[in-house]
Design a binder for this molecule. Structure first.
Ligand code: HEM
Length: 458
């Protein structure tokens, strides 16, 4: 059938799962936790259609549909209203939030910072940051309680500012972490107001704190950029790439505001996600000692009793499988959304212009038709043979298509380095007998920052 003859997707479309919940039931759930507001059908159907407050939403679960949309029809999609409202006030028009030519230029400008050779050169800085965390824990003594997500955020923040900005340059790490948490806390309200088409000025609880947090982050970064321009010091980092970036069509350079948008994007997108992936990994290992023992014996065999070094990271195959499986169960970015800027074909239908496309990565990763016993923690799913047998878009913690995470290789190297350094020196014990429940605040966090006990390994 030619594209022109395809019918528009709607609640009348044959063979389509339709979610018919009222705004009254969806909106409060959205405010509490957008994951709880997903139609339950997303965990078993290939595609779900819903219309809430006149907004059409198409939830994609089947990997082939995700590929057809995010990869083949990427030019029919924009980041859309939810992303603009939730992240725009903080990240402006940086790489994560921009669309079209402005996005393309920024992506091309920063690609050199993420080439493989460049990333390998960053490994010593990643290992050193992990060693500082380890030493802090060892100094606190055996039995000391730690808040695991907070500890991982300190470590990955240390790494992102060291590797991308050549150091914190006076930025207050604790204030940044609190600022990001304050900023993300009320985002459920923003999604709910966006569905209702409420204007941007409508107040919501937590907005004042979120705005104050954003002002601190931006002023700290702007100060650092002015200082770099003033000193003219040559450095080989992301700031230097952004200061030198010129649009190859117009020759235009980035303004300080555009550079700040991107640095804020890299600082936030580049440390919180990895930290959460690590926190969930360490919690899972603590609850599954048999897998922890296998990770430890791999680290011991690869490092042969010496300290963790750069060349060890690519050899820690099982450790990497564990991290992948943790991100399957707890994807740090659990939902991504787009808006259709024009109608486009999908399967037997046309997706209408202005429909919101939702890819609930969390539901894809727990889907009954894709995974056997989806709730079971089983790192063997990522052994090469099993991974090869799956559809490429059955697992997508870093997204898919041209907007795929630019930092995915960075994040994986960093995570393995941190796990190797920490697990070699300490054993982390869970304080509770059950895994903490996840809650989505743009990223997927443990409900209350889970406490763990540090025990020195003899
Ligand atoms: C485990 C860690 C990470 C996870 C799970 C993750 C996840 C994601 C996902 C799902 C997207 C796509 C969003 C969408 O399609 O709407 C994304 C985009 C992005 N990520 Fe990551 N990320 C991680 C680490 C990082 C790191 C370490 C950096 C930087 C050093 C980074 C920088 C970015 C940027 C700049 C984008 C926007 C790319 C674009 O639109 O061109 N991320 N990330």
């Amino acid at each position: 059938m030619s594209i022109d003859a395809l019918p528009m997707l709607s609640e009348q479309s044959p063979g389509i799962a339709v979610s018919r919940r009222s705004p009254l039931s969806v909106l409060p759930a959205l405010v509490r936790d957008p994951l709880q507001a997903l139609p339950p059908e997303v965990y078993r159907e290939p595609l779900v259609y819903s219309r809430v407050a006149n907004r059409q939403r198409v939830f994609l679960l089947k990997p082939a549909f995700i590929q057809e949309t995010l990869v083949r029809n990427a030019d029919a999609l924009s980041k859309g209203e939810d992303v603009r409202r939730a992240l725009g006030p903080a990240l402006g028009q940086g790489l994560l939030t921009a669309d079209g030519a402005h996005w393309r230029w920024q992506r091309q400008s920063v690609v050199p910072a993420f080439r493989h050779e460049k990333l390998v050169g960053l490994l010593p800085a990643m290992i050193s940051a992990a060693e500082r965390t380890r030493d802090r824990w060892l100094a606190a003594g055996s039995g000391a309680p730690i808040r695991i997500a907070h500890e991982m955020m300190r470590t990955t923040f240390d790494i992102i500012v060291e590797t991308m900005m050549s150091g914190p340059g006076g930025i207050d790490v604790v204030r940044v972490e609190r600022g990001i948490t304050d900023y993300l806390k009320p985002t459920g309200w923003i999604f709910a107001l966006s569905i209702l088409n409420a204007p941007d000025w409508v107040p919501y609880p937590g907005r004042g704190r979120a705005r104050a947090a954003m002002r601190y982050l931006r002023s700290a970064i702007t100060g650092m950029i002015s200082e770099r321009r003033r000193s003219g010091e040559a450095r080989d980092d992301l700031v230097a790439l952004l200061l030198a970036a010129a649009d190859h069509e117009t020759g235009r350079m980035m303004t300080d505001e555009e550079i700040a948008d991107n640095l804020l994007t890299f600082i936030t997108a580049g440390h919180e996600t990895t930290a959460l992936g690590l926190a969930w990994t360490l919690l899972l290992l603590a609850h599954h000692p048999e897998h922890e023992a296998r990770v430890l014996s791999e680290i011991d065999a690869v490092t042969a009793g010496g300290p963790v070094r750069s060349e060890h990271i690519s050899e820690l195959i099982y450790t990497r499988q564990v991290f992948s499986e943790a991100m399957r169960l707890y994807p740090p970015a659990p939902i991504i959304t787009r808006t259709a800027t024009r109608a486009f074909p999908l399967d037997r239908f046309m997706v209408p212009e202005r429909a919101v496309i939702v890819v609930p990565i969390h539901a894809v990763h727990h889907h009954a038709a894709i995974w056997e016993q989806p709730e079971r923690f089983d790192p063997e799913r990522f052994a090469p043979e099993q991974a090869r047998a799956r559809h490429r878009y059955a697992y997508m913690p870093f997204g898919a298509g041209p907007r795929i995470c630019i930092g995915s290789a960075f994040a994986q190297m960093e995570a393995i380095a941190i796990l190797a350094v920490l697990l070699k020196a300490v054993r982390l014990l869970p304080k509770s007998s059950t895994m903490p429940a996840p809650v989505m605040k743009v990223t997927l966090r443990p409900t209350a920052d889970a406490e763990m006990l540090v025990e020195t390994r003899s």
